[in-house]
Design a protein around this ligand. Sequence first.
Ligand code: LCS
Length: 393
Amino acid sequence: MDTKNKGFDTKLIHAGSYEDQFGSAVTPIYQTSTFGFKNAQHGADCFAGKSDGFIYTRIANPTIKAFEDAMAVLENGFGGIATSSGMSAVSSVYMALLGQNQHIVCSGSIYGPSRGVLEQDFSRFGVQSDFIDTSDLSQIENAIKENTKVLYIETPTNPTMQITDLIAASEIAHKHGVLVVVDNTFSSPYLQNPLDLGADVVLHSITKYINGHADVVGGVIVAKTEDLYKKIRHAMVYMGGNMDPHQAFLTHRGLKTLSIRMEKAQENAMKVAEYLEKHSKVAWIKYPGLKSHPQHELAKKQMRGFSSMISFELKGGLESGKKLMDNVHLAMLAVSLGGVETLIQHPASMTHAGMSKDAREKADITDGLVRFSVGIENVEDIISDLEQALAKV
Ligand code: LCS
């Protein structure tokens, strides 16, 4: 269905849906590794790109394509590329856009492995990386070098919730011929469209808000132009990082309720953030929806809501944080985020444990920081769970 001039929710439900011979309401799971050609010429034409036919599921598959097409529509890009995990999306983009003796500038506080794979693995192939506070535009300007090819931004950052001005950051990068890649996992396209704000490539761990049900690991990339789309798809296909049809089916099913899940989650998050901000045992809290957040005004301008991720530290730091995490019952002590269930975790010893303490400190990931992913349960229950756990701290 052509959803071009339709609203976001209509796009969520109908983009990437195609009629088949049975009139299926949703794209079925095409659980097949390969596709037969009509004849030798058809096979040759498929490989030469002269025919649209499917070839082999690592290259493309109807169930995966339906999800990719939906994401391309939702992010206003040329095309989507679904991947086996969020990290596969991140690595495919690095692989496609970086080479020997080339340089990437990244937000300092990004998901630990998105940084680690550059420092520990891409560095072995001569890729150079620098990590800065991209919410400070002068740091971007200063970090760009002659050989810089990519500016990689998370906004809000995981887990420090810093917001980068995407329009201004993209202007600086483009002035120097640098491509802008944005990890939009924390916002989802419901709240923010980086390609509309100047970025060239947007990616997601769909494990989070896009799928939303804590039952699939996956990723997706959306490129703004055909050229970038082809480059990144080539890297993904050759590295073998494709999503599989069952993953794509579940993810596309989860995607359809993104708006209503995100609305409820962020409404809950605002109430939880207000509760924590007033609590006498809380030392500091970062939630973009609070006026106390340093980039609250920017978040209001750039995003259509504030999502449902909160970072905070208790007075008494790590020891108090551990007590809290050991005493919550409704909130699950687990990594991941953006699902229907509330989760709590400790970045310094969990998601960002792979970073050196020095790098964590520079990126404001303190030892006492606790990260809270607010779900869509009754908010009174989430708050009373926190209340009883905080009483034990
Ligand atoms: N980008 C961001 C912003 C993430 O938060 C994650 C995972 C990834 C990429 C990688 O995605 P994955 O391969 O796991 O699908 N973040 C996690 C987190 O904060 N806790 O557990 C996983």
